[in-house]
Write a protein that binds this ligand. Structure first.
Ligand SMILES: [Zn+2]
Ligand SMILES: [Zn+2]
Length: 350
């Protein structure tokens, strides 16, 4: 089978011809149809996450890894203990797989399993940049209904993360929320928010082209944070007070801007999702006497994946367009994503 692998951090991916895995026991072999290219792949490929002030935290696996954690594919072989899965059926793969033994894994929080023991697909073990992906158990497979096959895999990471972040924002009826980023995850969050909540959305970005896409995708308002009076405008659109922000960028700039929107009002809730990196200067008394919350959001649980996929199958989430490229362009696609040349979602097709 063909696999496009990270051989050295930051270097172009290498096309390798490797043995196709063979499933045994409860395992299932999936032939990758499409695999989303998520922003996190850039950090895995770089080999580190940026903590600001020139400090880094390394990725766990930085060599000989087929990335790709947004896998949609077809069952081609099953282990002898698999009974409820049919060959030929297509599924989205939940990639946030834990060790199965720790406290988190035993309590439906596999995605919180330690980075040293987890077996996340495309992060710790080979993923959808390869032609075939081995999945440990049928419980990680989800029917995507009529979802276009280019989009389906995106629900396993960006969609799930957006869904889980929206839940963390504890959205109330008819509330305004600020979504920072009109990129892939911002758009998915917008569509999921429209399907699951009665909410007014204000999408913020620094790229007018991306904001146009968000406006067309149904955002109630879009604001370029670089424009003059951007903060005042957002506060006005929020009815005089910003209370909920979901930040899918997660950079020093996005958070300084976003957190600043709270002003001196009390009770703001900031859900931090993006991993662009850097650090943020928190003025402690201001945070304390305004009784604010900053929540980190990392992907979502298997249970949340079930809830999201039910919403997906119901047809309530309007599909967004995804650019499809051949898997052989994996390396260039990563570079394009890194340089900001991709306006929406992109996937690789095998
Ligand atoms: Zn991802
Ligand atoms: Zn575990």
């Amino acid at each position: 089978m063909k696999s496009y692998k990270v051989v050295k951090s930051g270097e172009p991916l290498e096309e390798q011809q490797i043995d196709k895995p063979s499933p045994s026991g409860k395992e299932i072999l999936i032939k990758t149809i499409s695999c989303g290219v998520c922003h996190t792949d850039i950090h895995i490929h770089d080999g580190y996450f940026d903590l600001g002030d020139e400090t880094h935290i390394p990725s766990r696996v930085t060599e000989n890894l087929a990335m790709g954690h947004e896998v949609f594919g077809e069952v081609v072989e099953i282990g002898e203990q698999v009974t409820n899965i049919k060959i030929g059926k297509k599924y989205v793969v939940y990639p946030w797989i834990g060790c199965g033994n720790c406290n988190e894994c035993q309590n439906d929080m596999e995605h919180y399993c330690s980075p040293f023991t987890s077996e996340n697909i495309g992060v710790s073990v080979d993923g959808g940049y390869g032609e075939y992906v081995l999945v440990k158990d049928a419980k990680y497979l989800f029917d995507a209904g009529d979802t276009p096959e280019e989009l389906a895999g995106s629900y396993a990471c960006r969609g799930l993360t957006a869904y889980s972040a929206l839940k963390k924002a504890e959205i109330m009826d008819d509330e305004s929320i600020v979504i920072i980023s009109a990129g892939g995850m911002g758009l998915l969050a917008l569509k999921i928010a429209q399907a699951a909540y009665n909410v007014k959305t204000i999408v913020v970005d620094i790229d007018d082209e991306k904001l146009d896409v968000a406006k067309k995708a149904g955002a109630n308002n879009v604001i370029n944070s670089k424009s003059e009076n951007a903060s005042e405008e957002i506060i006005k659109l929020s009815g005089g007070k910003v209370t909920k922000i979901i930040d899918f960028v997660g950079s020093q700039n996005s958070m300084s801007f976003g957190y600043g929107l709270f002003g001196i009002n009390k009770g703001g809730l900031y859900v931090l999702v993006g991993l662009i990196g850097g650090n943020f200067n928190l003025q402690l008394p201001l945070h304390t006497f305004t009784a604010r919350t900053i929540k980190g959001a990392y992907v979502g649980s298997l249970k949340e994946m079930g809830e999201l996929m039910e919403l997906v199958r119901s047809g309530k989430i309007e599909p967004i367009e995804v650019e499809a490229r051949p898997a052989s362009q994996a390396s260039d696609t990563l570079s394009d994503l890194k340089s900001g040349h991709i306006k929406g979602l992109v996937c690789l097709k095998h």
